[in-house]
Ligand binder design. Sequence first.
Ligand code: ADP
Ligand code: ASP
Ligand code: MG
Length: 473
Amino acid sequence: MSEAGQSGLVVMKFGGTSMGSADRIQVAASLCAGEKRKRPVVAVVSAMSKITDLLLNTLKHAEGGDREGMEANIATLAKRHYDACEELLPESTRPVVRTGIDELVGDFRRIANGVLMLGERPVRSVDEAVAIGERLSALLMASYLQSQNVPAMAVNAREVIVTDAVFGNATPLMGPTRERAAAVLQPQLDKGILPVVTGFNGATADGRATTLGRGGSDFSASILAATLDAAELWIWSDVDGILSADPRLVPNARVLDLVTYAEAAELAYNGAKVLHPRTLAPLVSRQIPVWSKNSFAPEKPGTKIVPSIPNPTGPRAVTSMANVALVSLEPSSPELAGTKLMGRAFEALSASGAEVLALTSSSYRQSFCFLIRKDELASALQALESALSLELAHGYVKPIEVDTEVGLLAIVGEGMRGVTGMAGRIFTAVSREGVNVIAIAQGSSELTIAVVVRREGLEKAVRAVHEECGMGN
Ligand code: ADP
Ligand code: ASP
Ligand code: MG
């Protein structure tokens, strides 16, 4: 196996919009083919845009016993891929690819029928079923490359990425994955074949299908880049790179030419959808650089994500998350110390799998509040209530308060370390817009300041901070 970067290998990941139609697949394929003339390429592909949502929605119909809704969705699924096949491929190769599409859609129907009969969606079946979106797009891309005389082969990441058994949000086992990548992908690369690997999915060591969480194809690509010792990872999306804010919220957001791993990870973790939060972790130890580029404007330079940048200055970007909830806990009796309550609460939260996004506490009343994702709220509350059932019943703890009308914004920049007055400026800018600040938290790295605001003021607050910090064009 080659040493880090020696192969010159580049992993290129194409997101849903970059795979969204025959035209887009042609562009993605030509970007791969162009690069392959210079060095080996592994492509990692997402499902065509909206297909993962369609698959999940189909399983919901099935679970609810709605056969008609299920079949209508499956027809849409098949048609979208037949149409792309028709547009992309010469007549001679279409029948084989149509058969491939039929088989995959058939696999999906089989699982959906099982869900229909059971009236429930076992997590394992969901993971196997949703990965079919990526298998369909990989089939189309590899077939198109072959039709252009570029040796290519669709690869199901289930054969390569080995994960734990946390279905729906699995974590890769890097050692076994490295062995599989060497056994499955390296021989193809050695023969000059371009593997087109499905993003998003993997399997446990004993072969049960898993997925890496929504938006997880970025993570698939970084896992493969790390385990194949790639020289670079390119993530192709529908924006010009990593911007100072989500361009959908802030029209004058600026493309950042260089971003550090730490900055990119903080941005992704705090809601910048352009990167899956776990993308950078596998790359750090090997220092593999990442490019975030726009497949709709490939000539633009994009953003380069690197281990460090010289002389970083001030805050660089602001990001936000709307689907969050603030949970507050307060002892109501001096017999229960705040730290004890915290300990119990966080143990329960950790068992429930919920992640704490921000935390603040007040020392006198010993109360504290923390922010979690809305989709983790139900299981977090259940865990808290059961861990604190006695204290709640005897009135040692006040009833748990939940506020779902909140949002999180995070201001990120290596150059904020040690700069005084940042939190004050942010507070003032947000308040000036009439938006109520509920809590401010700063991690010990001083790279990020997190601000919890009322939900209805979130977008306004993002624009105000972006303006105040002079982040835009
Ligand atoms: P893909 O399907 O290619 O994975 P995503 O939709 O997951 O693409 O991510 C790209 C989107 O991320 C952009 O369309 C943009 O609206 C959003 N986004 C949020 N924050 C940022 C940011 N700071 N910089 C760039 N894009 C951002
Ligand atoms: N198709 C998956 C999703 O929509 C994974 C991805 O696109 O990254 O979540
Ligand atoms: Mg994405």
